[in-house]
Design a protein around this ligand. Sequence first.
Ligand SMILES: Cc1cc2nc3c(=O)[nH]c(=O)nc-3n(C[C@H](O)[C@H](O)[C@H](O)COP(=O)(O)O)c2cc1C
Length: 205
Amino acid sequence: MNILIVTSSAQGDASVSSKLALSFAQQAQSAHPGAHITLRDVGRNPIPHLTEETIAGVRAEPTTEAEHEARALSDELLDELRAADTVVIASPMYNFGISSTLKTWFDHVLRARVSFYYDEQGPHGLLGGRKAIVIESRAGAYEEGNPMDSQEPHLRGMLGFMGIDDVTFVRAEKLAFGPEAAAEAIAEAEAKLADLAREQLPLAA
Ligand SMILES: Cc1cc2nc3c(=O)[nH]c(=O)nc-3n(C[C@H](O)[C@H](O)[C@H](O)COP(=O)(O)O)c2cc1C
């Protein structure tokens, strides 16, 4: 069993989404001692934004040193994702969407002919057959379909585009509604993640 955990908070040790992701990692490791867990923290170690060099290096054959570097990073991130049977994405809501560091991770793993392709019928995802667990932390509360929520539909769309349709969202909401509401939301999310770690992870072949 291979689990990739991507964290993307700008709040370091104060991050709720990273704490929840790490608690999931501990639960998964104790429920499945043989599981291999890879942590990729793009909040603390941001990936460079797309530039002319990255586009040239990733979407065509790289020629310059900068293009080769960009290609190598994209390959590394894609290898981590392709090796995973479960990907856990810890997503803080910033200004109603995902963090820019997480967007940059998607910018590197959404690569034509590796994670998706187009034909006459339209786009097809190439990374199906894996599970995703998305942890969302938010100050407010966003009911299904709230037009201010550009986080969950965006994440569902990008994962689905790569063929990852088996997605479970775990929300820690109302974090700014006072300490009691925040503690309750975090405890609820932690309990859901513990259940997922015990019962929902695909069994090792
Ligand atoms: C820069 C910034 C922007 C934020 N924007 C929103 C927002 O638009 N909506 C919301 O509900 N919470 C917002 N919040 C609150 C965060 O979602 C909340 O702090 C959450 O815990 C972030 O996840 P993290 O703790 O893992 O970083 C914002 C927080 C920061 C620091």
